[in-house]
Design a protein around this ligand. Structure first.
Ligand code: SAH
Length: 259
């Protein structure tokens, strides 16, 4: 399109290098440090329907076009629009509007010490599933669990020395006993409120998706989750931020098959 595009840009394209990334982040406190780090700016002409709280920040970083999508604050209550519904909607809208080569869902999560997780750990997710969609009818049970594989990134994991684990998603911050047994059968090390929903939409629309999750609280520990979450949020978000920058720097100049 731009006939005079620079040499390295052309070479990148021929090689099939990833150029357009959508990062989906649920909470403002997780999103803003990355907006600063990548010098992103808020799109005044949002590609999203008028009146929705969804926010697109964008900019370029090295050879990449970065879009960070945050579902914004609930219009009635003013809190972050966390959870599966908002994250599925923004993932759908962002794919439709921005045609990314790759989606990255980054965020905080609860971790299970029984599976080796500690506060501050960063995980790349291999599999996502739901733990609060119980439909005890043959085949619907599997639909409810909604197991999906993340896009595999063996080189990224090795190079950045990251841990790989399974993620279980549900719409509650706390965990009932039934949730717990589903999480155990999902073999999950981390628990969040968005990942499997992003994975569902990404698979529907055939866009590869990867998940970077940072542990803010230990679910099978003795501290109340909400309290521990809030206590660790700032420090863990900073660690997440550093990890996401490393992931994006690794992705720069590479094709999907090189991840
Ligand atoms: N903003 C609220 C709480 C947000 S809900 C507050 O400040 O109190 C928690 C968010 O962090 C969700 O986006 C979820 O994906 C993630 N999260 C962190 N720990 C979690 C846990 N133990 N279980 C589920 N989600 C968790």
């Amino acid at each position: 399109m731009d006939g005079g595009g620079d040499q390295s840009g052309q070479a990148q394209k021929q090689k099939g290098a990833i150029s357009n990334i959508v990062i989906i982040i649920a909470m403002q406190s997780e999103a803003l440090p990355l907006v600063d780090r990548f010098h992103l700016t808020e799109d005044p002409h949002s590609p999203f329907p008028q009146g929705v709280p969804w926010v697109r920040y964008h900019g370029s970083y090295k050879d990449l076009n970065i879009n960070l999508i945050w579902p914004g604050k609930d219009p009635a209550l003013g809190v972050d629009s966390v959870g599966t519904i908002s994250s599925a909607l923004v993932t759908y809208a962002a794919i439709q509007a921005l045609h990314p080569d790759l989606i990255i869902n980054a965020g905080t999560a609860g971790g299970f010490k029984a599976k080796g997780a500690s506060v501050g750990d960063i995980f790349i997710i291999s599999d996502c599933a739901f733990h609060d969609r119980r439909i005890p009818i043959p085949v619907f049970d599997l639909y409810g669990v909604g197991l999906r594989k993340a896009f595999e990134t063996p080189n990224l994991v090795k190079e950045l020395n990251l841990q790989v684990a399974k993620l279980s998603t549900g719409d509650s911050l706390d965990m009932t006993q039934q949730d717990e047994s589903s999480i155990i059968s999902n073999d999950a090390t981390v628990k969040d409120m968005e990942g499997a929903a992003v994975a569902y939409v990404a698979e529907l629309l055939k866009v590869p998706a990867i998940f970077v999750k940072a542990v803010t609280d230990i679910v099978d520990g003795d501290k109340p989750t909400a309290e521990e979450f809030l206590q660790n949020l700032a420090a863990v978000t900073a660690a997440l931020d550093v990890a996401v920058e490393k992931v994006i720097s690794f992705i720069n100049g590479k094709s999907l098959s090189e991840l």
